[in-house]
Design a protein around this ligand. Structure first.
Ligand code: GLP
Length: 241
């Protein structure tokens, strides 16, 4: 695991965008694994600027997102489909047909999970997978548990994740209780991983991911075993490291 220390959120976002920018310039047909949440927003904003300035193009890229809430349609304002469209896809030159987010509104979510894994595998897995980290050490929606989930699967969200994500909904009762998430095996199959963390509320999770034992109780700790994983965290998130 390589650790890049950033000063603050803006510095973390610039550093992350520079790495993704280089990936896309070096391989215009990159398969990108993408994440939602507040953490990557600054990175997406930087990439939008670079593309608009003509410094890179996503026209030949494809993307696979990590997760989606069960029960929210793609046009629901709190869905991760909507998040990706409004915060990245619509602002850059990526072909919408080449962007993929798990289908939380599928009639058969189990079949949608199997199909998503097939598609990610057929694409050869992401050249670069962008990740954030939950306060409890989750990645995607792989919550702490007794085992590392393998493929894309349906997850029962923990109370701490429901509470943390309720800030984006009108009330906590509106937060879906389940999500579809790429599994740990799928995430670990990415050729390169970039995980971002900002703020003191992530300090314990970052400490446990980087310095703690590898355990499904801290899903991000498995990243210690990935051969090309870079952590970019700011000073507040590194307070315990
Ligand atoms: C959600 C997402 C994760 C994300 C995490 C942290 O649970 N499923 O992919 O990394 O929250 O979000 P934030 O970046 O807003 O702190």
């Amino acid at each position: 695991m390589e650790l890049i220390r950033a000063k603050d959120y803006a510095d973390m976002s610039r550093k992350a965008a520079n790495i993704i920018f280089a990936q896309v310039v070096l391989n215009p047909k990159s398969v990108l694994g993408l994440a939602t949440g507040d953490t990557p927003l600054g990175t997406y904003a930087q990439l939008i600027e670079k593309q608009k300035a003509g410094d890179c193009s996503f026209a030949q890229c494809s993307s696979y997102n990590l997760d989606e809430y069960v029960g929210l349609s793609a046009d629901h304002p709190q869905s991760y489909h909507y998040f990706m469209r409004t915060n990245f896809f619509d602002a850059v030159d990526i072909d919408a047909a080449n962007t993929h987010v798990p289908d939380g509104a599928a009639a058969d979510v189990e079949a949608a999970c199997t199909e998503y894994d097939r598609m990610v595998a057929a694409a050869g897995y992401p050249d670069l997978q962008l990740l954030g980290i939950g306060r409890n050490g989750h990645i995607g929606f792989n919550e702490p548990g007794d085992t590392f989930p393998r493929g894309t699967h349906v997850v029962d969200l923990t109370e701490s994740t429901i509470e943390a994500n309720s800030r984006l909904f009108d009330s906590i009762d509106e937060v879906p209780r389940q999500a579809i998430s790429m599994g740990i095996q799928t995430i670990m199959s990415a050729h390169r991983i970039l995980i971002l963390a900002s703020g003191e509320q992530k300090a314990q999770a970052v400490h446990d991911m980087v310095l703690g034992p590898i355990t499904p109780q801290v899903p991000a700790s498995i990243l210690q075993l990935h051969p090309a994983c870079t952590v970019i965290a700011d000073e507040a998130a590194l307070a315990l490291c």
